[in-house]
Design a protein around this ligand. Structure first.
Ligand code: OFO
Length: 162
C-alpha cells in the first residue's frame, strides 16, 4: 500500500492526465472544424496517450492495494488564437504536468518509497519527450511563420503520426 499522501497525489495526477486528454481532444475537434485535419489527428493521438497515462496510474494504485478516487474533470479552457498559440498553450500545460510528476517523485523520495519512485521515472521521461516534441513544433512555426503554405506542410507532416 502507498502512503495516504502518495495515494492522494496519484489520484490528483489521474485527474490531470484525463484533463490533459480533454484539452488535447477539444483542440483536436476545433482544428478539425477549421480543416487542419493533420494537426487535429496528431492532437487526438496525444489525447489517447494522456488517457493511457491516467489508466497506468490507476492500475498502479490497484497493484499497490491503494484507493482510486476519480474526481470531476473540468472543462478545458481553450480558445483558438492560431496554430502556434495552440502549441504554446500545450507547452505551458506540459510544463505544469512535468512539475506535478516531479513532485510525486520528490514525495516518494522523502518517504523512501522506491517502488513509486521507480514507477514515476517513466512519466518523467515521457514528459521530457513531450515537452521536446511540442517545443520543436513551436520553433518551426516561429521560424517559418503561420502562412498558409507553412500550415499546409506542417498539417501534412503532423498528420503522419501513427
Ligand atoms: Fe502530457 O503526458 Fe501525460 O503525463
Amino acid at each position: 500500500m502507498v502512503s495516504e499522501k502518495i495515494n492522494e497525489v496519484i489520484n490528483e495526477q489521474i485527474n490531470k492526465e484525463f484533463y490533459s486528454g480533454y484539452l488535447y481532444l477539444s483542440m483536436s475537434a476545433n482544428l478539425n472544424e477549421l480543416g487542419l485535419f493533420g494537426i487535429a489527428s496528431w492532437l487526438k493521438i496525444q489525447a489517447k496517450e494522456e488517457v493511457e497515462h491516467g489508466l497506468k496510474l490507476l492500475d498502479y494504485l490497484l497493484e499497490r492495494n491503494s484507493y482510486v478516487t476519480l474526481k470531476q474533470i473540468r472543462t478545458p479552457e481553450f480558445e483558438f488564437k492560431g496554430v502556434k498559440s495552440v502549441f504554446e498553450t500545450l507547452y505551458e500545460h506540459e510544463k505544469c504536468i512535468t512539475n506535478s510528476v516531479m513532485n510525486i517523485a520528490k514525495l516518494a523520495e522523502e518517504e523512501c518509497d522506491r517502488k513509486t519512485l521507480n514507477f514515476i521515472e517513466w512519466f518523467i521521461g515521457e514528459q521530457v519527450e513531450e515537452e521536446r516534441q511540442v517545443k520543436n513544433i513551436i520553433k518551426r512555426l516561429e521560424l517559418f511563420g503561420e502562412e498558409k503554405a507553412t500550415l499546409y506542410l506542417i498539417d501534412k507532416e503532423l498528420g503522419q503520426r501513427e
